[in-house]
Write a protein that binds this ligand. Sequence first.
Ligand SMILES: NC(=O)c1ccc[n+]([C@@H]2O[C@H](COP(=O)([O-])OP(=O)(O)OC[C@H]3O[C@@H](n4cnc5c(N)ncnc54)[C@H](OP(=O)(O)O)[C@@H]3O)[C@@H](O)[C@H]2O)c1
Length: 297
Amino acid sequence: MKILATGVEGQLARSLVERSAFHSGIELLAIGRPQLDLAVQGSAAAAIESVQPQIVINAAAYTAVDKAEDEPELAFRINADAAGELAAAAARAGAAMVQVSTDYVFDGSRQGPYDERIPTSPLGTYGRSKLAGEEQVRAANPRHAIVRTAWVYSPFGSNFVRTIMNAARTRDMLTVVDDQVGSPTSALDLADGLLRMATSWMDDPDRGLGTVYNLAGSGSASWCGLASFIMAECGKRSLPSAEVRPIATSDWPTKAERPANSVLDSSKFTKQFGFRMPDWQQSVSAVVERLAAQSVA
Ligand SMILES: NC(=O)c1ccc[n+]([C@@H]2O[C@H](COP(=O)([O-])OP(=O)(O)OC[C@H]3O[C@@H](n4cnc5c(N)ncnc54)[C@H](OP(=O)(O)O)[C@@H]3O)[C@@H](O)[C@H]2O)c1
């Protein structure tokens, strides 16, 4: 089964490449700029026509949440219009389209975990552009799955785990927001889940298509709780560690407003594809361990 993943240098695409090596029936090709530039109309279709995949996983996105407030057209071009073009080209090639989306489609005003039935209401441009991407994908290809994830980290690229580990090299004390709660997600686990979904389509090509799934690390944490856990894991390995102190969102103003609660309930995905995301603590520990072994964070 041939899978085309976009965003080759991104956390998720790199994780997909790494984890697909464990699936003998899967050939995964990841592409990105300059071969595939989602800012350019027609680029998506050309890539799919040349590769002729059975599945397209759109792991590329405009992910700069604050910068999106200043570049809404570019954010919508990449996250919405290009996603729709990928989905339409996938449909013409007879391929299923997996659109990776975000917890930031929710406004975070709810208590408790969000499931897929809860109405969306994004607070910022990034969330609005990703929600528009979901809508365009839905309209362009009935054989789609929209997979919302959250708070993604990995051994690759820039992410919260690496930022905290790097900050602890030069600072004794870090202040971290404690009133935003979410579902920290290892891109490696996310890749495992998406590949489980893809392998299930070898036997049943339409299984669970045409709907939205949450797929995020099990459990929940605040940014401050996550940072404290990362520092404890570093301490255990004699890596640089700093004291973590809680602050409020109002003490750390950002251009884009973030949801106060975006904990995702992934049980629909578990029921459909028999895959449960590991507890976030287990996966953070594994990524810290890997970064420690590489001696780079
Ligand atoms: N990161 C998170 O915390 C988070 C949270 C919720 C949902 N998500 C979603 O999860 C998915 C994967 O995220 P990630 O963390 O892997 O993102 P990432 O590490 O920021 O990677 C995004 C990739 O998209 C590529 N990209 C951006 N603009 C492009 C363009 N015009 N043409 C082609 N490629 C382009 C980037 O390419 P370059 O390397 O060339 O810049 C980059 O490789 C995305 O759909 C994201 O919205 C992420």
